[in-house]
Design a protein around this ligand. Structure first.
Ligand code: GTP
Ligand code: MG
Length: 203
């Protein structure tokens, strides 16, 4: 199953000093370290190559970007009318400390004030153990009363035999609550996209 996309629009971009806007329909947010693949996943969902701009260099997305999909669309075979919200990546080593604090503040502010936020996907790289930034992000999401769905990205970069083991490491390092989904995804093969759509539809 791949959901049909009728329209895609980068409706709003907000910077560090902006107030979190009240949007007119439900929001699904994507958080995670710089370079983990947030914009790539959003492109896969929107069925576009590079509408959400991606980069090999970390620190590409430095604003909160609201992508409206299927505005006004209610037909069953289409993806639901919602915002896919691309959050700035954290943990980018080359960023000055003051910038890092601003980003953290911005993400926390978003989690706290977005009235229509239904689901937060927390992305981590399937190859690596989550670090302290990932654990902090996970804690912020829980502290704001949300139950995250964890997505382990870049599944194509590891051997199939490693997948379960790595998902378990991610689960235990983040101290994921029982019942919280931890899904593997590849933006290259699109493996895992159906499960992600299911979460968005049910949100
Ligand atoms: P920031 O905007 O810096 O926070 O990064 P981001 O999380 O939006 O990452 P982005 O989507 O720009 O991807 C970073 C790099 O990883 C790009 O070179 C992507 O092509 C690559 N990438 C993303 N997802 C995958 C994947 O599933 N498999 C592989 N092999 N590469 C991926
Ligand atoms: Mg990005």
């Amino acid at each position: 199953m791949s959901m049909k996309i009728r329209s895609v629009d980068l409706e709003k971009v907000i910077g560090i000093t902006s107030q979190v806007p009240v949007m007119e329909t439900k929001e699904i947010a994507f958080a995670g370290r710089s370079n983990v693949g947030k914009s790539s996943l959003i492109n896969a969902l929107m069925n576009r190559k590079n509408y959400a701009r991606t980069s090999e260099r970390p620190g590409k997305t430095q604003t909160i970007n609201y992508y409206r999909i299927n505005k006004g669309c209610t037909e069953e075979e289409f993806a639901p009318d919602c915002y896919l919200v691309d959050l700035p990546g954290y943990g980018f080593a080359k960023t000055a400390l003051s910038e890092k604090e601003k980003w953290g503040g911005m993400i926390e502010n978003y989690l706290h004030h977005s009235e229509n936020l239904r689901t937060v996907f927390l992305l981590v790289d399937i190859r690596h153990e989550p670090n302290e930034h990932d654990c902090m992000m996970h804690d912020w999401i829980l502290a704001n009363g949300m139950d995250p769905v964890i997505i382990a990205t870049k599944k194509d970069k590891i051997n199939r035999s490693q997948v379960t083991k790595n998902l378990n490491i991610i689960r235990s390092k983040l101290k994921v609550k029982d019942g919280t989904p931890v899904l593997a995804f590849s933006a290259l093969s699109k493996e895992g996209l159906d499960e992600i759509w299911k979460v968005i539809k049910d949100a």
